[in-house]
Design a protein around this ligand. Structure first.
Ligand SMILES: Nc1nc(=O)c2c([nH]1)NC[C@@H]1CN(c3ccc(C(=O)N[C@@H](CCC(=O)O)C(=O)O)cc3)C=[N+]21
Length: 284
């Protein structure tokens, strides 16, 4: 069996096109949607990510507002900037680029964002909405993964889904979204003893660890869907995921590449959430 590639880049492009035409067709909106992106410090990777998010906004007709603070800025300064943006009627979504420099209390910062502007879906109120099945913003990466599974008609009801990784921004919300669709969900993490056995039994594997070569072909059930959320650099400095893609592709039914898989879908879901924040504000 040779796996089909789920083209996240193409899927994301389609979603972006939908958003673009929606924005063009809003005749009774007073202004386009607006996303504020806050970057604290000068982490080079974060700078590139932020630039890509702003480019994606521009490309779909969303206005973006970039706010930068120096790495030695105080938490109070950041909180006061967030408060200002919370109260600013011209801003629909607020994203604080993570990770924050040392010394910042990330949870406290995220909680200071108005839940209705938390387009990352990281605020406790949005997380709680996911747990209880209420409406709220969904975390972009796992939401993008759900769209990818949907795009290939992957059956979720009763499927054995293995999520590897239990972070607040991917693993935990991923498990909840799969559970919501009636999958039988297992969450593996660094203390898990029988990863290979769990993986072998899974119809769906989502790996979100950040360790190149973690998922190998001998762990994958023939025909399984393998989603790679990992982002690593190999020896040549090239971007790669957690999955040994060449070998696993020979066993899996579907597989996602890195780059060009989950990453572009994360950004598409961010734009989608920003759009929803905007629609909610103006009752569109
Ligand atoms: N508040 C916050 N929200 C985030 O959503 C957030 C964050 N902080 N901090 C960092 C991570 C990382 N992240 C990525 C999104 C898209 C790609 C992406 O599109 N990657 C391209 C390749 C990019 C490249 O070539 O380097 C791809 O996979 O094809 C990557 C990484 C969002 N994050």
């Amino acid at each position: 069996m040779s796996a089909n590639i789920i083209d996240g880049k193409a899927l994301a492009a389609g979603i972006r096109q939908e958003i673009r035409s929606k924005i063009q067709n809003f005749t009774d909106a007073p202004r386009p949607p607006c996303l504020a992106v806050i970057l604290v410090g000068d982490n080079p990777a974060s700078q590139i990510y932020v630039r890509n998010k702003i480019k994606a906004c521009l490309d779909t007709g969303i206005t973006s507002l970039e706010k930068r603070l120096l790495a030695d800025a105080s938490e109070a300064e950041l909180l006061s900037l967030i408060k200002e943006l919370n109260e600013d009627d011209s801003v629909d979504g607020i994203l604080v680029q993570l990770p924050l420099p040392k010394g910042f209390d990330e949870q406290k910062v995220i909680r200071s964002i108005a839940a209705e502007k938390d387009v990352d879906g990281f605020h406790v109120e949005n997380m709680g909405a996911l747990v209880t099945g209420l409406k709220g913003f969904r975390c972009c990466t796992p939401h993008g993964v759900m769209k990818m599974l949907e795009s290939v008609g992957c059956p979720l009801e009763g499927a054995n889904a293995l999520v590897i990784g239990r972070s607040n921004i991917v693993g935990k919300p991923m498990a909840l979204m799969l559970l919501e669709k009636n999958a039988t969900v297992t969450v593996a993490h660094s203390r898990t003893k029988n990863l290979k056995e769990l993986a072998k039994n899974a119809d769906i594997i989502v790996s979100a660890v950040g360790k190149a070569g973690l998922v190998t072909d001998d762990m994958v059930k023939p025909g399984a869907v393998v989603i790679d959320v990992g982002m690593n650099r190999n020896q040549e400095g090239k971007l790669c995921g957690d999955v040994d893609i060449e070998a696993v592709a020979r066993v899996a039914g579907f597989i996602t590449p890195v780059p060009g898989g989950v990453g572009p879908m994360t950004i598409a879901m961010l734009l989608d959430n920003t759009m929803r924040a905007f629609e909610n504000r103006f009752n569109l």
